[in-house]
Design a binder for this molecule. Structure first.
Ligand code: SF4
Length: 363
């Protein structure tokens, strides 16, 4: 007869037992992350650095842990304290950020560092309310910093926690409408004891056990109380209202090279999409209409057709018609500046601009 192995961890049969079961599980299974203080160290009295917690949380918005790790190491090696980051020109921060996408985050990150340095003496405030006042910090990030960095009771609700709550309580209403319900569920479970470790425990459970597909219920400490599992619908939760199809915008990118190989680049305005980043000079991006070739080339042609560069942003697809032109040494562009080819390729350009350069034969 095959003996069923008794679970080697504490399990929760009801909501009252859930926080203790989660903390017990976390003490054994916490992920090792460069910005995290392990539960053993935390128990020994090591306190997390709010700067590192904040930086990781901002980077992790819309980006995976695997991608963030290298960026986090680079940022903290170059700027070990929030005051170091604040003292740096925004351009340098954007350069280090290149490739992480969602560049408004980088601009807000820099603004936030400057506010903490100037208005808070270089120390992050330690309450959710005060954290919410800082640039780029929304409800989730404020709760995460308050709980993880300062061990304050705060209800942290990211995608992982939403999934765990939807399944535990079999919440069938779809996201985003069910957010309040999910928040209320998460709030009732959040303990006063070790709230920082608890928040990270639920996030880790969602990332490693209660995964979007094929949750590993057999090794989950919450299985006895999981209504979604009992109803056989766990994997279908959380339900989501179908997203509207993304519109497509069209634009032109002019890849201009000079006789000596220099490439014409331009800095985008500070505000708006890819604000403050370098770009291949281009037209406006218009929904549903391909702009006319006369829509503002930086130099008088001739321009050759060099195909397309396609990219997808959060809210739209972009199709750029790429034009290629070669110019004499005395060519004076209407906007932008000539950048040595090597420097242009080393420039921290947004991915869409790298694609345009490549289509234009630079890359
Ligand atoms: Fe998720 Fe399964 Fe655990 Fe329920 S029992 S919380 S569905 S892993």
């Amino acid at each position: 007869m095959v003996k069923t192995k008794k679970a080697q961890f504490r399990e929760a049969s009801n909501p009252e037992d859930m926080p203790a079961a989660m903390l017990d599980w976390y003490d054994r299974h916490a992920r090792t992350l460069p910005w995290r203080v392990s539960p053993e160290d935390r128990a020994r009295g090591v306190v997390p650095d709010p700067y590192r917690v904040w930086l990781s949380e901002v980077m992790l918005q819309q980006t995976t842990v695997a991608t963030v790790k290298a960026y986090f190491e680079r940022f903290t090696a170059r700027w070990p304290r929030v005051t170091d980051l604040a003292a740096e020109p925004q351009e340098e921060v954007l350069k280090e950020w290149a490739g992480l996408g969602y560049y408004a985050r980088a601009r807000n990150l820099h603004k936030c560092a400057q506010t903490v340095a100037a208005d808070h003496g270089g120390a992050f405030p330690d309450t959710e309310t005060a954290l919410l006042e800082l640039p780029g910090i929304g409800a989730y990030t404020a709760a995460a910093i308050a709980s993880i960095a300062f061990d304050r009771r705060a209800t942290v609700l990211d995608g992982n926690v939403e999934r765990v709550m939807a399944r535990l309580f079999a919440i069938k209403d779809p996201l985003p409408q069910s957010k309040k319900q999910l928040y209320a569920a998460a709030d009732t479970l959040t303990p006063d004891l070790r709230p920082g470790d608890y928040a990270q425990a639920v996030m880790d459970l969602g990332a490693t056990v209660c995964t979007p597909r094929k949750p590993a219920c057999g090794i989950c400490p919450l299985m006895p109380m999981c209504a979604g599992r009992q109803a056989g619908i766990a994997e279908t939760l959380p339900r989501k209202t179908p997203k509207k199809a993304k519109p497509t915008r069209y634009g032109i990118a002019w890849v201009a090279t000079r006789e000596d190989g220099a490439v014409l680049l331009n800095r985008r305005p500070q505000t708006g999409l890819l604000g403050g980043m370098m770009e291949v000079p281009g037209s406006d991006w218009i929904e549903g209409i391909v702009p006319a070739d006369t829509a503002g080339a930086p130099l008088d042609g001739p321009w050759d057709d060099a195909g397309e560069a396609r990219h997808t942003f959060t809210h739209f697809h972009l199709i750029l018609s790429v034009r290629r032109g070669r110019f004499a040494m005395n060519a004076e562009p209407e906007r932008g500046k000539w950048v040595h080819r090597k420097a242009a390729l080393a420039e921290a350009l947004p991915t869409v601009m790298k694609k345009a350069l490549k289509a234009g034969g630079v890359g």
